[in-house]
Design a protein. Sequence first.
Lengths: 294, 282
Amino acid sequence: MQTKRTIFPNRWLPYGLLAPQLAITLVFFIWPALQAVKSSFEREDPFGFKTTFIWFGNYAKLLADPLYLNSLWRTLIFAVLVTAIAMGVSLILAVAVNRLLRSGRVYTTLLVWPYAVAPVVAGILWWFMFNPSIGILSYLLGQLGVTWNHRVNADQAMILIVLAASWKQISYNFLFFVAGLQSVPASLSEAAAIDGAGPFKRFWTIVVPLLSPTTFFLLIVNINYAMFDTFGVIDATTSGGPAQSTNILVYKVYADGFLGLNIGSSAAQSVLLMLIVIILIVVQFRFVERRVQY
Amino acid sequence: MVENRPWLNVLTHLVLVVGVIVIAFPVYLAVIASTHDEGAFLRGVVPLLPGPHLLDNYGQMLSQGMSTSGAPPLTLMLANSLVMAIAIAVAKIAISIISAYAIVYFRFPLRTLAFWTIFITLMLPVEVRIIPTFKVVADLGLLNSYAGLTIPLIASATATFLFRQFFLTVPDELMEAARVDGAGPMKFFRDILLPLSRTNMAALFVILFIYGWMQYLWPLLVTTDTKFYTVVMGIKRMAAVADADPQWNLVMAAVVLAMLPPVLIVVFMQRLFVKGLVETEK
């Protein structure tokens, strides 16, 4: 690992400097994570008097549980939709801003602020618009002959959380796409234009390939966001319902552990989620290394 | 721009205007809703133009809160959010900068291990290890306290990485010169490294303040005493109790107040915000 050419010779100071960070990491991160791993191998009786070690019992039960598999499937749908919508819309907006000179900055300011809106608040805003009795959007849909009630209709509940979650993520993706677009050399586009390529051809053959590092990075970040940071959106809008249709993995861990008090199963779910995060991070870092060479 | 194509320019502006409207519409509705009285929400569809009750609604929320749902006045919740966000941002920056300093400017046994231990925190968001973390905090007696709200969230791999990357770009000559002049490690840190890191610290502060302000699940778990409610989690309580017939005007006044501080920071410190966002994610 990199250090400086010359360093300070000091035996104890570095440990002192690292101590606060390491102490917090150990107490609030590593220790709880190990506890989660431990209790994922145990079964606690309903009164909490006795715990028995049951190897992979919780995992086996989980992976055979239709509710968990349903949650997995719902998470997949949710993550794919949020990633596709949030990235698609923000790419279009970023390309548009990138064509402008001065007015682009004004548009940027008007587009980035939802980053600072908390996911719960985003959920409440969309819940308000889609409220079956007074919401403006459900009213308009009613005029078109669509009965909107996300409290009973599973697909509508999914649409609601996808829209709320994507709305919040657009500003983030937008900023990264703008940064990516600005690093595409203008000379390439100019050369292509001289050779007779129109704006759409130039976009597909020059901008899209050169933007692929940004796109891939955002893909991972968005999947991560949809899977783990959208707890507030779900809790504010559907609470996992109706009939488990929006009960994504991160909400299920909370619901089973805190509301359902099923510690073993919740711990096993935590461990599986950690594995998913680790896979996403490894993919991201391997990719970053490759980008450095290229 | 490579060539002049008028219809494409029109399309560009059209796309952006539509984008801005779609992005702003939910918040516009919330602001409008917060200016009406309760009666406006009994007539079928939400009002689309401002009403006359702006000051009443905000005044009531700030001074009394929503009595029906047992939520405290918003001034208290906003103050709690402010304390939490600032404490998290400052503490994260403080412990990250000194640990990055230790990792870059010293060589000591177990350095790599320490680095990877910090790195692991990246992989464990609160949401996935929620029950055991809650248990640790409960065992330490930190429920319903500012310490419990903030300390478990202040370990930060991203901030440590950011400072590490930055320190690696600081010329070695600075440190050699400082050593020749007889400066010790703490003097070098205080007089040379800290002033150089000022922009990075400011950018990071913006991002971390927003991060702290937006926390929802954690305050929800560790606070049961209304004295420690933060505004973002308090809103959910108001809206949820009122699920049958929410007092929309008041809920939306709270929503607007909860959004305002971080949104203003993003708008007015946009340069620092963008820098912080782009650099922490590398």
